[in-house]
Ligand binder design. Structure first.
Ligand SMILES: *Cc1c(COP(=O)(O)O)cnc(C)c1O
Length: 371
């Protein structure tokens, strides 16, 4: 638990020991694979170095950008770190070499850069195949040539590792995933390097995708990658819960409208609560009327539009609630997956979107926070 006084408004509680638990769940599903924990985007909003330290038992890490890898090295992280977006300029190659980060090779434009680069050390690489995602990577027919040109680069550490990314693994009935795995396996079957295919949905849903390294992201944070399943279905423990307090309680009469656009109009006299959290904290602007919010641990519906610093809730079921009472926006008995569905988004965007002014509190016992 952080020793600093807790911000009475928006704060996020992080259950860091649960990160190691979630890593153990990954290992149960992929006992023979090494784990490259994906901690891009500030550890999915939970804090880059904080999550890396909580994942001491991971075999390696993956980040999106070079600067994220450099930050991890400067924080003393010694495991292997793959930079998923690789490099586009030779200055970035210098940093990859200096900080001994693994580079993704995903685009023809990178090949002449790495061929021409001078360096003392060797650089470990992952050659990426585009097996159907149509984002980064070499198509199967261009993959062998790219592999050959890397073989000829003195800078490139051998053997070259190979990777692909699944586009649809969260849809367990979709034929595309096995097609992607087959395309990849055919192209890499005689190559000596290590292989990696699976994200969280691949790990939990497709044993064919496990290969040498798995790349879990969202499941490490205790979030289900499948829209129709919860973290609890897999024994995953959520890391982040988001909290605030009521700052005002008032009575509404029939016909009163609430908030910007006066879009919500009171049909039946009720008690309303105003909560000190809004989209300026990362609560989703498009959370619909009726989105559940916990006030004093019990569900009440959101009413009106989400504003920058506040949201409003209907306290008809809790007219005795008062300013200062605890509010939970997600976490506890309110899965972030459910809030994402109410805002027409995915839980990834919610945890990634927590803003700077949300105070981070490390500790698993929420009761002591609200004390
Ligand atoms: C983000 C990412 C992952 C992790 O995906 P999750 O769905 O969060 O498990 C794995 N691999 C690549 C290439 C990624 O970009």
């Amino acid at each position: 638990m952080s020793k600093s006084p807790i911000n009475p408004a928006a704060f996020a509680v992080l259950d860091l020991p649960a990160v190691a638990h979630n890593l153990a769940v990954v290992r149960q599903h992929a006992p023979a694979a090494k784990v490259m924990a994906v901690i891009k985007a500030n550890g999915y909003g939970h804090g880059l170095t904080r999550i890396a330290q909580a994942l001491e038992a991971a075999d390696g890490f993956a980040v999106a950008r070079v600067d994220e890898g450099v930050r991890l090295r400067k924080a003393g992280i010694s495991q292997r770190i793959a930079v998923l977006e690789g490099f586009t300029r030779s200055e970035e190659l210098d940093l990859l070499l200096q900080y001994q980060l693994d580079a993704l090779i995903h685009s023809p434009s990178q090949l002449p850069l790495i061929a021409a680069h001078q360096g003392q050390a060797e650089i470990a690489v992952w050659l990426k195949m585009d097996s159907g995602m149509n984002r980064l990577g070499f198509k199967p027919d261009a993959f062998a040539d790219a592999y050959q040109s890397l073989l000829a680069c003195p800078l490139v550490k051998q053997p070259i590792n190979v990777m692909t990314h699944l586009a649809n693994a969260d849809d367990l009935g979709h034929a595309m995933t096995l097609q992607q795995i087959d395309l990849f396996n055919q192209a890499v079957q005689n190559l000596p390097g290590e292989r990696s295919i699976a994200n969280s949905a691949g790990i939990l849903g497709w044993t064919q995708a496990l290969a040498d390294w798995v790349r879990p992201g969202v499941m490490l944070y205790g979030i289900s990658p499948f829209p129709d399943k919860t973290a609890a279905d897999f024994g995953l423990k959520p890391i982040m819960s988001l909290h605030s307090r009521l700052i005002s309680v008032k009575q509404l009469a029939v016909g009163d409208s609430v908030g910007y656009g006066a879009s919500w109009v009171c049909q039946q006299a009720t008690t309303m609560g105003i909560v000190a959290i809004g989209y300026g904290d990362g609560y989703p602007r498009y959370a619909k009327v009726g989105t559940p919010v916990l006030v004093n641990g019990k569900r009440v519906p959101l009413i009106g539009r989400v504003s920058m610093d506040m949201v409003t809730v209907d306290l008809a079921s809790q007219p005795e609630a008062e300013a200062g009472d605890p509010v939970t926006l997600w976490g506890d008995t309110l899965p972030v997956e459910e809030i994402a569905a109410c805002a027409d988004t995915i839980p990834y965007t919610l945890v990634c979107g927590i803003t700077q002014r949300v105070q981070i509190v490390e500790g698993s016992v929420l009761g002591s926070v609200f004390g």
